[in-house]
Design a protein around this ligand. Structure first.
Ligand code: HEC
Length: 256
């Protein structure tokens, strides 16, 4: 019994730790049945992310098959890091070099959407801002001191982050006396688009939605299949229900 209670409590931990960080994430509408969006997301991912990050649990031909892209088109438009369509999606840059340049190796992103959640990824890709004090020149409000340079700044433009100071009042006991302590903390307020990019904010939102949609697909490719099969299962159950009701009526006809 104790073990059950303990595992339930441990299960709640991620919720508690997320709540503690007090992050306000933007909501993104994920639609895995929107094949055009998934295809656009795949194109962004392969062109702009796969240069550093692996997505090594997915193969190019599986992605093509799931997203309705022919092998011919995958080879032509999406195959840069390898020439074999059955290969896993590996970064063009060797991990050891990346570690030398960025200080940390860029993590594999196949399961990133399951680890962080779609809203986090969507917000992360909206939260890069110019920070001359950071090594890459960029910082991020949802991932402070991130080592990743903002590769889509040409699209979004350059954001400046505005912080404000808030007073935190706390009551503590010192030598048996209640003392009020006031401390100041710098918290993020909002972004200002200092230099616009080639996309309008609306276009950028849509591009990042497509990218996030694709990353959610990548985290669980079988989901597309499951949703498709699920519809047939529900139709079957509906038909079966009618048959079952008719059969029941037939059986009970003579009982009364
Ligand atoms: C120039 C190399 C480079 C490119 C290109 C790049 N990243 Fe990164 N990325 C990094 C590095 C390095 C980190 C590790 C950051 C850290 O731990 O401080 C990172 C971290 C991340 C993380 C956070 C991982 C975590 O810890 O949860 C996400 C999400 C991410 N990248 C998404 C993307 C996406 C999406 C793209 C394409 C639009 C992209 N990256 C392109 C280098 C890159």
């Amino acid at each position: 019994m104790n073990k059950i209670i303990l595992s339930l409590l441990l299960g709640l931990l991620p919720i508690v730790s997320h709540a503690e960080q007090g992050l306000k994430l933007d909501h993104v509408r994920i639609d895995l049945s929107d094949q055009a969006s998934l295809q656009r997301g795949a194109r962004i991912f392969v062109n702009y992310c796969l240069s550093c990050h692996n997505a090594a649990y997915l193969r190019y031909n599986r992605m093509g098959h799931d997203l309705g892209i022919s092998n011919q088109l995958v080879k032509q438009d999406l195959l840069f890091a390898t020439n074999k369509i059955g290969d896993r999606m590996r970064a063009a840059m060797p991990a050891a070099d990346a570690k030398k340049w960025f200080g940390v190796a860029p993590p594999d992103l196949t399961l990133e959407a399951r680890y962080r959640g779609p809203d986090w990824i969507y917000t992360y890709m909206h939260s890069f801002y110019r920070d001359p004090k950071s090594f890459s020149g960029w910082n991020n409000t949802v991932f402070p001191h991130v080592a990743m340079p903002f590769v889509l700044y040409g699209w979004q433009g350059e954001q400046r982050a505005v912080f404000r100071n808030v007073k935190l009042v706390s009551h503590v006991m010192e030598n048996g006396k209640a003392v009020t302590e006031v401390t100041e903390e710098r918290v993020f307020s909002h972004f200002v688009l200092a230099k616009p990019g080639t996309m309008t904010p609306k276009q950028y939102d849509l591009a990042i939605r497509d990218l996030t949609n694709f990353m959610v697909y990548m985290g669980e490719p079988a989901k597309l299949e499951r949703i498709r099969i699920g519809v047939y299962v529900l139709i079957f159950l509906a038909v079966f229900l009618v048959l079952a009701i008719l059969l029941k009526k037939e059986y009970w006809k003579d009982v009364h």
